[in-house]
Design a binder for this molecule. Structure first.
Ligand SMILES: Cc1cc2nc3c(=O)[nH]c(=O)nc-3n(C[C@H](O)[C@H](O)[C@H](O)COP(=O)(O)OP(=O)(O)OC[C@H]3O[C@@H](n4cnc5c(N)ncnc54)[C@H](O)[C@@H]3O)c2cc1C
Ligand code: FES
Length: 283
């Protein structure tokens, strides 16, 4: 059992950050790695990235968007409550080394996944330009943390309510045009369409690009095949071969399709959960 030490609601309560006591995981975790957890004894297993770790305090921080039954169940837990089980660290760590200038692009909750990677590249001595975006100002997360983790931060909102009015791809293109061959690598993490379009832009400029793929997972250890993705024409398992891959080789259409495979069941599970919560509230 893993105790929740803090709970912070972000983005108008659509996103939640929990710091959790997990000393063994915190001691080993590296940027880019994730955990698989079950909120309670009968819960399904879901993968979440460690947005932060503190080996001294023995804690990990997860930041998740409330999209369905399990993330709603997690949100219902409060400080001092326990998460049933957490397995990790899982996945390959981000290959971080000193290269020169790196551009890190994050959208929506992808910013939480991007944060430790951005910080890792800066700590390794790179110049890091970060670009983060959200639909509107109130949905933007981790602006201060991303500013601290990078050398230069650009903020975008789709509706122009804050920062640059437009998509992260606009600012990415501007920066690549301005900096040219100075940029040695890009990392882009967020919704699949965002990663796909960022990857198209960096391909035009010939900049190697990494994406973190949010394939549906079950065991997270390479046994079930649920997380398979096509990369460069080969089948890869996001949990053990990734979750990061060469963006220019990823089949984003295939990934989008697989992410919708269980939509009906996901909706039914969420409806049943909401009905149960409503009954409990009335009783
Ligand atoms: C390696 C990895 C790391 C991840 N890290 C984070 C993280 O740090 N923060 C975070 O908010 N999410 C993260 N995700 C996505 C997260 O696992 C899903 O949002 C979660 O499993 C949804 O569970 P649910 O039961 O609440 O919703 P579900 O009922 O399973 O799904 C509800 C809706 O959410 C969408 N959805 C479901 N699974 C995914 C998925 N894997 N990716 C994108 N959309 C999905 C679908 O549209 C679905 O209809 C990560 C996924 C992977 C593979
Ligand atoms: S989640 Fe089962 S093989 Fe990756």
């Amino acid at each position: 059992m893993f105790q929740i030490l803090s709970k912070t609601e972000l983005a108008q309560g659509t996103v939640v950050a929990n710091e959790i006591m997990a000393p063994k995981i915190a001691a080993k975790a590296k940027p880019g790695q994730f955990v698989i957890l079950r909120a309670n004894e009968t819960g399904e297993r879901i993968p979440l990235t460690m947005a932060d770790t503190d080996p001294v305090r023995g804690t990990i921080t997860i930041i998740y968007q409330v999209v369905g039954k399990t993330t709603a169940l997690l949100k219902s837990l409060n400080v001092m409550d326990h998460i049933q089980d957490i397995a990790g660290p899982l996945g390959r760590p981000t290959p971080i080394e000193k290269k020169g200038t790196i551009i890190c692009v994050g959208g929506g909750t992808g910013v939480a996944v991007l944060h430790p990677i951005t910080r890792g590249f800066k700590q390794a001595g790179n110049k890091v330009i970060a670009i983060i975006g959200a639909r509107t100002k109130d949905l933007l997360i981790m602006e201060d943390k991303m500013r601290a983790a990078s050398d230069e931060l650009h903020v975008c909102t789709d509706d122009g309510s804050y920062g640059h009015h437009g998509f992260v791809t606009d600012v990415l293109r501007e920066q690549l045009t301005k900096l040219g061959s100075e940029v040695k690598e890009a990392v882009t993490i967020g919704p699949v369409p965002m990663m796909k379009f960022c990857s198209k832009v960096t391909a035009e400029f010939g900049v190697p690009t990494m994406v973190s793929l949010n394939a549906i997972m079950v065991d997270g250890t390479g046994m079930c095949g649920c997380c398979r993705v096509a990369v460069g024409g080969e089948t890869k398992f996001a949990c053990v071969d990734g979750p990061e891959f060469d963006a220019h080789k990823v089949d984003f259409e295939g990934l989008s399709l697989r992410l919708t495979a269980y939509q009906k069941q996901e909706r039914e599970a969420m409806d049943a959960y909401q009905r149960k919560c409503a009954c409990a509230a009335k009783a």
